[in-house]
Design a protein around this ligand. Structure first.
Ligand code: MG
Ligand code: MG
Length: 251
C-alpha cells in the first residue's frame, strides 16, 4: 500500500532532508586522495547525530554496518565503508545517505569526482544527474511511475550509457523502503498513478558499459558485471498539487 503523507508530515520530511543535504555539503571537502571511506562514514554519522533527533537511517538497516553506503568506480551501490579503501586521484565516489528524523526517513545519493577524473567519468556523472532531473520533472499529477522511468531512460540511452534495471527507486517515509517501486526505465502511463502526498526516492544508477550487475562476496557491494564505471544520483521527492518538491535540499 502506498503511504500518503500529510502537509505537516512533508514539512517534517523536508526538515530531515535539509539535514541530509547539509551532510553531503559537509563531507564534500573531505573527498580527496588519501581519505578512507571509513573516515567519510564517520563524518556522515557524527554530522547527522549533531542535529538533535537525527540518526543515520542505514546504520543497522538489514544489518548494514555503515552509516553511509560508499561505492567506488565500478561499484554501483551498497559499498561498505572501510579503513582499507583509500581514495585516489581519478576515482568516482558515490555516497548514499539516509536520515531518520521526526519519524520519517529521507534518502539521497550523490556521485563525486576525486581529484581529476577521466572525460568519460565526467560525462557519466553529468548524464546520470540529468536523468535524475528528467525524472523529477515528470513527478507531477496526471503522470504514472512509468513516466519517470521513461524520461530517465531516454536521457541515458541518448548518451550511449545503460540504466541499471536490477535496482530501483522506492517510496520512502516512516519506512526507508515503501511502495511503490520506482524503476529507472519504463513506459509512459504505466505503473501506479502519482497522487498528492506520495514521497519517493528517485535514484537512477547508470553504467558506462552494459546494464548487468553482480553482488560481491561481501554480500553487499553491487558492481557492474563488465567492470565499467557507474554513477548514482538520488533525491527524495514529494508529489504536490503544485508539482514536484525535492525534499533532500538545503532550500
Ligand atoms: Mg539512497
Ligand atoms: Mg533509495
Amino acid at each position: 500500500m502506498i503511504q500518503l503523507k500529510s502537509a505537516r508530515e512533508l514539512e517534517t520530511m523536508a526538515a530531515g532532508g535539509r539535514i541530509l543535504a547539509a551532510t553531503h555539503q559537509h563531507i564534500k571537502p573531505a573527498l580527496q586522495p588519501g581519505t578512507s571511506t571509513l573516515e567519510i562514514d564517520a563524518m556522515v554519522e557524527s554530522y547527522i547525530r549533531s542535529h538533535p533527533g537525527a540518526t543515520p537511517s542505514f546504520k543497522g538497516l538489514y544489518g548494514f554496518p555503515g552509516s553511509a553506503c560508499i561505492s567506488l568506480n565500478e561499484e554501483i551501490v551498497h559499498g561498505i565503508p572501510s579503513a582499507k579503501r583509500i581514495l585516489k586521484d581519478g576515482d568516482l565516489i558515490t555516497v548514499d545517505i539516509g536520515v531518520y528524523y521526526g519519524g520519517f526517513h529521507t534518502d539521497s545519493a550523490w556521485t563525486y569526482a576525486v581529484g581529476k577524473v577521466s572525460p568519460e567519468a565526467a560525462r557519466l556523472m553529468e548524464v546520470t544527474e540529468a536523468s535524475l532531473w528528467a525524472a523529477i520533472r515528470e513527478t507531477k499529477l496526471g503522470n504514472h511511475v512509468g513516466d519517470l522511468g521513461a524520461a530517465c531512460e531516454a536521457v541515458v540511452n541518448k548518451a550511449g550509457f545503460s540504466v541499471v534495471r536490477d535496482l530501483v527507486g522506492h517510496g520512502v517515509g516512516a519506512q526507508m523502503h515503501e511502495e511503490p517501486q520506482v524503476p529507472n526505465h519504463g513506459k509512459p502511463k504505466r505503473g501506479p498513478r502519482l497522487q498528492v502526498g506520495m514521497t519517493i526516492a528517485i535514484e537512477p544508477m547508470v553504467n558506462a558499459g552494459g546494464p548487468a550487475t553482480k553482488t560481491l562476496a561481501d554480500k553487499w557491494t553491487i558492481v557492474t558485471l563488465d567492470g565499467s564505471l557507474s554513477a548514482h544520483f538520488e533525491h527524495t521527492v514529494a508529489v504536490t498539487a503544485e508539482g514536484p518538491r525535492v525534499l533532500t535540499t538545503l532550500g
